[in-house]
Write a protein that binds this ligand. Structure first.
Ligand SMILES: Cc1cc2nc3c(=O)[nH]c(=O)nc-3n(C[C@H](O)[C@H](O)[C@H](O)COP(=O)(O)OP(=O)(O)OC[C@H]3O[C@@H](n4cnc5c(N)ncnc54)[C@H](O)[C@@H]3O)c2cc1C
Length: 319
């Protein structure tokens, strides 16, 4: 791929990881984005390695590859990646455990480890990213590898193809929720999320309870705080903070992890996950240049980022 010019639309975790992967292989990469990673939904992510509200026949392969890459990164504290153990709570007998195929060492939770009302659970050790450290690290890795960044709203693929300053051999669309507009795909939809960050009372384990009848509930301890969530409002375009939602999240998370009760609130955020019935990762025909799509990761964009970036690099190499 040495010498190939690739323009990537999107500077969130998906676009940046693809940029890092392609640049590593010698590609000349330009990222075009109108929001930086810190301004995008990627900065709102909890960011626990766990598949949520996303699907694709290759999901387990991408989970496996991402887990492998994040595990390597966890050896370097500067990346902001840590391996932490925790619990996935199950309240229904039909809970989907396909993800466990990607996680060595996972085990059945004992009844004593489960919260009241839970039927079962899985304990596992997986990556947790301190996003305010990870995204700058990823950006710096791209910059060191020679990736060029342009702040621009892209109106169409053909506009990029015709730009003599870019002259791309390939365009990668990693534009999250707005990728559908660029590719005439109306199956992309928002899944609104909201989180609140509190001071860490000393917890190190994550817990996710997305079948809680009162609402999706998760607690993700990072290096300097704890992310408490959340909601998953399909079809809502509201990026504002709802105080009632925040109160309900704080109540549910304190019920799940009593040590969180009364902890000072350090920050809050809301964002729109890029939902799609299935992740789109494929070559797209019908444009002036070859196009590769990579979007629709729902609540798993961080989790799947390295696996999907490897798959995109494979497609670009085969063009
Ligand atoms: C509350 C919450 C918690 C979450 N927790 C987790 C978690 O624990 N684990 C996990 O894996 N995931 C989690 N997610 C999901 C994760 O945040 C997303 O899946 C991921 O950030 C999607 O990344 P992306 O790069 O595709 O999109 P985005 O981060 O939205 O980036 C899109 C980029 O495309 C650019 N763009 C779009 N259209 C154009 C255009 N026309 N021209 C120029 N630029 C354009 C934008 O400027 C931006 O740079 C969570 C999300 C939320 C909201």
């Amino acid at each position: 791929m040495s010498g190939t010019r690739v323009a990537i639309v999107g500077g969130g975790v998906i676009g940046l990881t693809i940029a890092a992967e392609l640049a590593r292989a010698g590609t000349s990469v330009t990222v075009l984005a109108d929001r930086t990673a810190e301004e995008s939904v990627s900065a709102v992510a909890a960011a626990l390695w766990f598949p949520y509200r996303s699907g694709h026949p290759s999901l387990v392969t991408w989970l496996e590859r991402s887990l492998h890459r994040f595990t390597e990164l966890a050896a370097d504290p500067d990346t902001g990646v840590d391996l932490r153990s925790g619990l996935v709570v199950e309240r229904r007998p039909d809970a989907d455990r396909s993800w466990t195929a990607a996680v060595p060492g996972h085990r059945e939770a004992t009844p004593e480890e489960l919260p009241p009302g839970a039927l079962a659970g899985v304990r596992a050790t997986v990556p947790v990213l301190t996003v305010p450290a990870y995204l700058p690290w990823l950006l710096a890795r791209c910059e060191r590898a020679g990736v060029r960044f342009l702040t621009r709203t892209v109106g169409s693929i053909d506009e990029l193809a015709a730009d003599p300053a870019l002259a791309p051999d390939v365009v990668v669309v990693a534009a999250g929720l707005r990728a559908g507009t660029l590719l005439g795909d109306d199956s992309v939809f928002p899944i609104r999320g909201q989180v609140v960050r509190v001071a860490n009372p000393g917890i190190t384990e994550w817990i996710t309870d997305d079948q809680d009848p009162a609402g999706v509930t998760y607690v993700v301890p990072r290096r300097h705080d704890v992310v408490c969530g959340g909601v998953a409002e399909v079809g809502s375009w509201d990026e504002g903070i709802d105080p009632d939602t925040e109160r309900a999240v704080l109540a549910r998370t304190a019920a799940l992890v009593p040590a969180l009760a009364g902890q000072p609130v350090l920050g809050r955020a809301a964002g729109l996950r890029p939902g799609r019935p299935s992740i789109r990762l494929e070559q797209v025909e019908g444009h002036a240049v070859p196009v590769v799509a990579c979007y629709g990761h729902g609540g798993s964009g961080v989790t799947l980022s390295w696996g999907c970036a490897e798959a995109v690099a494979g497609l670009v190499a085969d063009l």
